[in-house]
Write a protein of this length. Structure first.
Length: 213
């Protein structure tokens, strides 16, 4: 039975609420199953894999099966990526903490580290969408997460604003955090990142046509 009008809209909203709550709980459980340290990355990759299907309109996927299979398949590779990200982030953090605040030279160095930290933030925003959308080596994920994010600054800025709004909502209504925090974050990031992928792929197709003509 296909519902239309107000009933149809209410049904779709309820369906999305249940999906997001379910996938958020799965993320929590599988993260804990991996003792958090080893479960965080594969759980997040599995989460984005499911959300990507939804963003692409493939809503009839078996969520648990897809989540579990992705979790197992990407356990080692995603954790290697996680180690790389943690090391890079830790180095930036240490630099910011221990660089003296006085002197022109150190001020310039600190500014440079802040710029690199901002660029690293772009990588963090796009790394999971790129990871689940493309089949590449780890160094390629890092490279293109930055390239794609930096190439479409308006969409990247929109992503940051959307996440800031989400953060504000979660601080106002903390009771929804166990059910909608990570899943909503993944949905926002994946949807905007998919717009970037479509634009980049369309541009690549047009450039190929121009070269061949």
């Amino acid at each position: 039975m296909i519902l239309s009008g107000l009933s149809g809209r209410i049904f779709k909203i309820s369906e999305w609420i249940s999906r997001l709550a379910y996938i958020n709980i799965l993320w929590l459980l599988f993260t804990l199953a991996g003792l958090i340290v080893f479960g965080l990355m594969p759980s997040t990759v599995a989460l984005f894999t499911v959300v990507r299907k939804w963003v692409l309109g493939q809503k009839d996927v078996t969520v648990f099966s897809l989540f579990w299979n992705t979790y197992r398949k990407e356990f080692v590779k995603s954790n290697i990526l996680g180690v790389v990200l943690v090391i890079f982030g830790y180095v930036l953090y240490v630099d910011l903490v221990f660089i003296p605040a006085e002197g022109i030279f150190y001020t310039l160095v600190r500014f440079g580290v802040l710029v690199i930290s901002f660029l690293f933030l772009i990588v963090l925003l796009y790394i999971f969408p790129v990871y689940v959308h493309y089949e590449w080596k780890i160094n390629m994920y890092l490279k293109y997460a930055f390239i794609l994010g930096a190439s479409y600054p308006h969409l990247t800025f929109g992503m940051m604003i959307s996440l800031l709004i989400l953060y504000t909502i979660l601080t106002i209504i903390p009771g929804i955090i166990p059910f909608f925090s990570v899943s909503l974050l993944a949905l926002i990031i994946m949807w905007i990142a998919n717009q970037v992928f479509l634009k980049a792929e369309s541009l690549a197709v047009n450039n190929t046509k121009e070269e061949s003509s």
